[in-house]
Design a protein around this ligand. Structure first.
Ligand code: FAD
Length: 330
């Protein structure tokens, strides 16, 4: 019988653990309680950089055990290497549940692991629970965000990916006497088809990363042209925030797809989200409606964005934004 919950402990390019790992860890504690306090473990890839710090963070976030794949060959993420090691570990420890952050990397790794293990995967979940039969109940939006579906998986491990910032990270530490185990692996038979050449960062429109920004100034088709987006950049800079975009604006080439917010873009939960010239289609609001305060500027009083906004300004962005910028400049 499969048992325990395994989490993919993804790190970033500087070997820092991604927040989504801690969000998953927090939820895994609740799931574990409903599964006879089963073990919560993680798989961590490293070349040794920042390892001690990461171990410290993991043991303060409720992990009973951490499996460490440590090699200089694992410095750069490689789908062939990482999926082989994950699959071998899962075959070995047979977890009941395997959770991964729905990051770009997680979205590649999860389906490959699921198909190799011939199990099911629920992608982009917004909630995870255990049902009365002890199965993982993974909830995610479907039919363009109009319905929420709760999906069960027949095979093991039951797999799910969850978008960053959707689950809450606890502020209190859940300190465990974590067991750290370096795992051995043999990559000599792996046919590595992709070689890392160079890292090119996303074309951000502002200095602050959109997934970390506390204030986001987002623009839609109503911003009309590059000059319109320059106003958003100026406002974001004055507020110490970041610029985001609707898919409408990305399709018009006003912004890079890396800053698109919504169903096929990023999910953001800033303190303040200022939506400028965005109609508020469900595919957009699904990625920003959990923001703490939403301010919407739109010239159409019936625009759906006003249904999710805390503050609605009916008017022309080309009149309101320059005024706002002038005021902030003092
Ligand atoms: C499968 C699928 C996935 C999708 N994924 C995403 C996604 O991830 N993110 C996303 O954003 N969309 C997504 N979409 C597209 C989505 O359905 C909408 O088409 C898109 O969000 C519309 O972008 P918009 O609000 O910029 O444009 P529009 O809907 O054209 O709205 C423009 C708004 O600007 C206002 N406006 C115009 N001029 C001014 C002015 N001068 N001052 C003030 N207001 C003005 C208008 O009143 C209007 O409300 C997806 C669609 C599908 C089918």
């Amino acid at each position: 019988m499969a048992k325990g919950i395994l989490i993919y402990a993804q790190t970033d390019r500087n070997d820092f653990l991604q927040n989504v790992v801690l969000e998953l860890a927090n939820t895994a504690q609740d799931l574990s309680k409903k599964l006879d306090n089963c073990e919560v473990s993680a798989i961590l890839f490293t070349d040794g950089t920042n390892l001690e710090e990461n171990k410290n963070i993991l043991s303060k976030n409720g992990f009973d055990k951490v499996y460490i794949a440590n090699s200089k060959d694992l410095k750069q993420y490689s789908i062939e290497y990482y999926s082989k090691i994950v699959v071998d570990l899962i075959k070995n420890i047979e977890p009941e549940i395997f959770l991964i952050g729905a990051t770009t990397q997680g979205r590649e790794l999860a389906p490959i692991v699921a198909t190799t293990l011939n199990t099911g995967l629920t992608a982009d979940c917004t909630n995870l629970d255990i049902n009365e039969k002890g199965q993982l109940a993974s909830t995610r939006p479907t039919f363009g965000g109009n319905l929420m579906a709760t999906i069960l998986c027949k095979n093991y491990p039951q797999m799910a990916t969850v978008r960053p910032k959707v689950l809450k990270k606890t502020e209190t530490s859940i300190i465990k006497n974590t067991i750290f185990e370096e795992i051995s692996f043999d990559l000599s038979t792996v046919d590595k088809k992709v070689e890392f050449i160079e890292f090119l960062p996303n074309k951000q429109l502002s200095d602050v990363r959109i997934d970390e920004a506390e204030i986001i100034v987002a623009g839609g088709k109503g911003m009309k042209n590059k000059e319109g987006f320059k106003l958003l950049e100026e406002l974001a800079k004055l507020l110490g925030g970041s610029v985001g975009a609707s898919r409408g604006a990305v399709d018009m080439k006003l912004a890079d797809s890396s800053v698109q917010i919504g169903q096929t873009g990023k999910t953001v939960v800033p303190k303040i989200y200022i939506a400028c010239g965005i109609s508020g289609a469900i595919q957009h609001t699904v990625g920003m409606s959990s923001s703490e305060k939403i301010i919407a500027i739109n010239k159409d009083k019936n625009a759906p964005i006003f249904k999710v906004a805390d503050v609605g300004i009916i008017g022309d962005v080309f009149e309101i934004l320059p005024e706002l910028i002038k005021k902030l400049k003092g």
